[in-house]
Every structure is written in structure tokens, then in C-alpha cells.
Design a protein around this ligand. Structure first.
Ligand code: URA
Length: 224
């Protein structure tokens, strides 16, 4: 398993995850490369979640030559992935390669950048929520490639958890995160397992992660 425990989060240290994130950070990586990189990183993170948190069971299988014992991952039907629109869309596409039978939810949440950041937080608007039923046995993965101030993630988690039992696992998955955001989410949702590929240095005055990779949504959707 290539997950290291740090004070604020579990960090996925797989060499391919680090390689892919470095390509995403590169300002020369254009839209198609960026989107493909997010898909790839989502797939790697999905495999790491399976390896780090899911059990396998032994099953008897018949090969073309004889009967032998094999293994199957348990619980792959009990996975819920929440796509925090919009930057998470390619990231979730990658996660779905690891969890093809996952139930999916979407939440359109974003920070009001015109209102600006006050005390390290942005006001958050939620425009659309569609979530599947969450059950106690579920592994819930709330995916947003960028965990910056944590304000959006906290608003999203409130909606995900309202009227839901505490699931078996609640992963908050990001590619890049800022220390302040991890602390905020960890304090408000101690039941969440925070998983990231990188804990970066800081937030700038506009709430961007530094060194970060810029605006993930704009780079993936070519909206600048
Ligand atoms: N969202 C992004 O896309 N990038 C950041 O650095 C912070 C939030």
C-alpha cells in the first residue's frame, strides 16, 4: 500500500500518482493532457482506496486447466461517489474505472469569488444536489481535485450526510490540498478520512493553492 499517514491527512504516495500530479502542475500541460491526467489520477486513487480499505474474499475458480482459489474484492457494489461539479468530473471518470458499479451523486457547489474570502473562507452557493441513498455498509468517496479553504467541501459534506447514516467509510479525496482546508474539514467532520496526493504549502490571498496547479476546472474545461 502506498498511503502515508500525516497529521492532517492520508497521502497517496504511489510513484505514478506523483508523476501524474507533476504533469498536471506543469503550466505547459494543455487541456487534453490535463483532463487525461485527472482521469488517470482518479483511477490510481481508486485503486489505492481499494488496496487500503477494502477486504478480499477467497473464491473457488475454474481455470481452463483446473480448479484453484482466487480472490475477489468485497464491497464493490457498496460504493457511492460524489462528484463536486465541475472540476471533479474527469477525476470521477477515473474513479469509475476502479469502481464501475458505484452509485453516483452530483453536487454543484462553488465559492462566491466576487464576495471574496473572509477569515480564510468563501461564502458557498449550492445550485444542484442529486444524491443516491447512502447506507451503513457504503464506502462514500466525495471527490474534488482541489481542497483549498475547505469551505466548499464542508458545505458538500453537510448535504451528503444530512439524513444519512454514518457510512462504513467516508473518504474526502483530493489531488492537491492546502493545510488550512484539511484542518477545517478534519475539525468539522472528524468521521471523514481525508485522502490526498499532495499537501501543498499554503493558500494565496485569492484562495488558490500554492504551488498548486491553477484553476483545475478552467484548465480541464478550457474556460479561460
Ligand atoms: N480551486 C482550484 O481549481 N484551484 C485552486 O488552487 C483552488 C481552488
Amino acid at each position: 500500500m502506498t498511503i502515508e499517514d500525516r497529521d492532517t491527512a492520508h497521502v497517496i504516495t504511489h510513484a505514478l500518482a506523483r508523476d501524474t500530479l507533476s504533469r498536471l502542475r506543469d503550466v505547459e500541460t494543455e487541456q487534453v493532457g490535463f483532463r487525461k491526467g485527472l482521469v488517470k489520477l482518479g483511477r490510481i486513487c481508486g485503486y489505492e482506496i481499494i488496496d487500503g480499505s477494502m477486504e478480499t474474499e477467497y473464491v473457488e475458480i475454474q481455470t481452463p486447466l483446473e480448479t484453484t482459489m482466487g480472490e475477489r474484492v468485497k464491497g464493490l457494489d457498496d460504493v457511492v461517489i460524489v462528484n463536486v461539479l465541475r472540476a471533479a468530473t474527469p477525476f470521477v471518470e477515473g474513479l469509475l474505472k476502479a469502481f464501475p458499479r458505484a452509485k453516483q451523486g452530483v453536487i454543484s457547489a462553488g465559492r462566491d469569488e466576487e464576495a471574496g474570502m473572509a477569515e480564510g473562507e468563501f461564502p458557498i452557493t449550492i445550485d444542484y444536489v442529486k444524491l443516491p441513498e447512502i447506507r451503513e455498509q457504503d464506502t462514500v468517496i466525495v471527490a474534488d481535485p482541489m481542497l483549498a479553504t475547505g469551505s466548499t467541501m464542508c458545505a458538500v459534506l453537510e448535504r451528503v450526510l444530512e439524513n444519512a447514516p454514518e457510512p462504513e467509510h467516508l473518504f474526502v479525496l483530493s489531488a492537491v490540498s492546502a493545510p488550512d482546508g484539511l484542518i477545517r474539514v478534519g475539525e468539522q467532520f472528524p468521521e471523514a478520512e481525508l485522502l490526498t496526493v499532495s499537501i501543498d504549502d499554503r493558500l494565496d490571498e485569492n484562495g488558490y493553492i500554492v504551488p498548486g496547479l491553477g484553476d483545475a476546472g478552467d484548465r480541464a474545461f478550457r474556460t479561460t
